[in-house]
Design a protein around this ligand. Structure first.
Ligand SMILES: [Zn+2]
Ligand SMILES: [Zn+2]
Length: 142
């Protein structure tokens, strides 16, 4: 692809489109209560990229922002409501992109479960991946 895109994605209605250059820093599943509520899902798979590798291609005016904590901002489509992006001062210089917002065929898979001790009691995880938690969500659980 001429613009160097490695991965493309967007919202449900297609108004917001973006691409990523290069490979992600990590891919992981977040079980925190805020992701659960923001996405209406048991957990959320995120792709962590250097913010400079995230490019919004269209829909700038439709990208809503919600500050979900002192540190964090979540972005979603104002037309269709799809949650797509997360940024936090806890992970400076990183943009977290919802894996489910990427176009099919990306081949990425989560490698870790974060905030695992905050998971919903109705979520059953037997993926064999490392489980992390604690106050920062990323400390190995014993
Ligand atoms: Zn949309
Ligand atoms: Zn989370």
């Amino acid at each position: 692809m001429s613009d160097g895109a490695s991965y493309r994605g967007g919202c449900l209605c297609g108004a917001v489109r973006f691409h990523l250059d290069g490979e992600p820093k990590w891919v992981g599943t977040c079980h925190c209560s805020k992701c659960r509520r923001a996405h209406g899902a048991g957990s959320v798979c995120w792709v962590g990229v250097e913010s400079g590798r995230f490019h919004l291609d269209k829909g700038h005016e439709l990208l809503g922002a919600f500050k979900s904590s002192e540190a964090a901002t979540r972005n979603f489509c104002l037309r269709c409501g799809s949650p797509m992006l997360f940024q936090s001062t806890r992970w400076p210089g990183e943009t977290h992109v919802a894996l489910g917002a990427l176009d099919a065929g990306h081949g990425l898979k989560p490698a870790v479960n974060a905030f695992f001790d905050d998971r919903a009691p109705w979520v059953h995880v037997e993926d064999g991946l490392p489980r992390r938690g604690g106050p920062d969500g990323t400390t190995p659980l014993g």
